[in-house]
Design a protein around this ligand. Structure first.
Ligand code: NAD
Ligand code: DAU
Length: 342
């Protein structure tokens, strides 16, 4: 089995590559990533030498380059993680999100059509559903909840989802979509809530909580997301959408307090700052469908996952520091000069 994984030098894509390498050591995994600020080749160090792994520094919007790789690799499955993923950045500069997230998806699907790929999987997000009110804990996102995106990021992901479904209906492309809640775990770029708070707490820096910190997110350990995608690409029904989430809703302020407690830091580090524009109030996934049809449920409890995540960041301060200082960007050149990658 040959699988193209786009965005594999990012947080979830890299965790997926490690999960798949362990679970299916005979599969060939081909990573396409253009190494934006969020892409870090160092994250993939442990698989770079694996004979069943290949890295291409490629932008998924570069049609000619993508077709050439498909021609060479003849993949069976494509899993599209590559995207601009940070809501705050999308508020500053929407254009790059439209290009990577929508045009990139179109190019990848065109390549799948041209080269007869057996399955295209789109890694989407619960943010395409918009948000839920804080005072209605009885409401959840199901796969039938209408799309109602709030930020340029989520609007770009919702647009891509519509395109994926259109390619299925119009061209018969064998697609699946997963819409997952907030992930946390190793290798997450320290601009996102959990790694940012761990990185700041470690250095006794202020912990910036947007607004009152009462917004709710539904946290899932990244490995559980990877397990869900593995199940969907092998056993999911073509044309279907699967929500992925573990019923683990928490207010932001409680996440930050949990991190302070686990790291032995005072809550006085918490600093309330201006709220995010259009800030979604609550996300909450109903995972009934994936549980019923594919037997998926999360394996890692938040209490364990957050401890493992904090420990991972504290054990990997070199990785973190190289990102914080910007030095991680030189890693590609170093490896490239050694001809380990394309
Ligand atoms: P990330 O920002 O950590 O990684 C994204 C990766 O994509 C980076 O390596 C980057 O270099 C690459 N990339 C971006 N644009 C590219 C392009 N044009 N061509 C090639 N590579 C490109 O993101 P993440 O948190 O790992 O998210 C991965 C996917 O999962 C995204 O599609 C995101 O929407 C989705 N998702 C994320 C979460 C979450 O909590 N992080 C939850 C649900 C869904
Ligand atoms: O729900 C899935 C989505 O989760 C993914 O699609 C996105 O790619 C991913 O980035 C994430 O989006 P969020 O906006 O929920 O994640 P973020 O870590 O940026 O913020 C989580 C919450 O914490 C949100 O309510 C904003 C708040 N926050 C965030 C940061 C970075 C703060 O209060 N302070 C901060 O410094």
């Amino acid at each position: 089995m040959k699988i193209i994984v786009t965005g594999g030098a990012g947080f979830i894509g890299a965790n997926f590559i490690y999960y798949m390498t362990e679970k299916h050591p005979d599969y060939r995994l081909i990573c396409l990533d253009c190494l934006t600020y969020a892409g870090n080749l160092e994250t993939l160090t442990a698989v770079l030498e694996n004979k069943n792994f290949r890295f291409y520094k490629t932008d998924i919007t570069d049609r000619a380059a993508v077709y050439k790789i498909f021609e060479e690799e003849q993949p069976d499955i494509v899993v599209n993680f590559a995207a601009e993923s940070h809501v705050d950045r999308s508020i500053e500069d929407p254009g790059v999100f439209l290009n990577a997230n929508i045009m990139g998806t179109a190019v990848m699907m065109d390549a799948c059509r041209k080269y007869g790929v057996k399955r295209y999987h789109q890694v989407s997000t619960d943010e395409v559903y918009g948000d839920l009110p804080l005072d209605r804990p009885d409401l959840f996102f199901t796969e039938d909840t209408p799309l109602h995106a709030s930020s340029p990021y989520s609007a770009s992901k919702a647009s891509a989802d519509l395109l994926v479904l259109a390619y299925h209906r119009t061209f018969g492309l064998p697609v699946t979509i997963s819409r997952c809640s907030n992930n946390y775990g190793p290798y997450q770029f320290p601009e996102k809530l959990i790694p940012l708070m761990i990185a700041n707490a470690r250095q006794n820096k202020p912990l910036p909580v947007y607004g009152e910190g009462i917004n709710v997110r539904d946290w899932l350990y990244v490995r559980d997301h990877c397990i869900a995608i593995d199940l969907i690409i092998h056993k999911g029904t073509v044309g279907e959408i699967y929500n992925v989430g573990g019923h683990n809703e928490m207010k932001n302020i409680d996440i930050v307090k949990t991190i302070c407690k686990a790291m032995g830091k005072p809550e006085s580090l918490i600093t309330h700052v201006a709220d995010r524009k259009g800030h979604d109030r609550r996300y909450a996934i109903d995972p009934t469908k994936i549980n019923r049809e594919l037997g998926w449920s999360p394996e890692t409890r938040f209490a364990d996952g957050i401890q493992m995540t904090i420990k991972w960041y504290l054990d990997n301060t070199d990785w973190l520091e190289r990102i914080l200082t910007g030095e991680y960007k030189n890693y590609y050149q170093k490896v490239y000069d050694g001809h380990k990658i394309k």
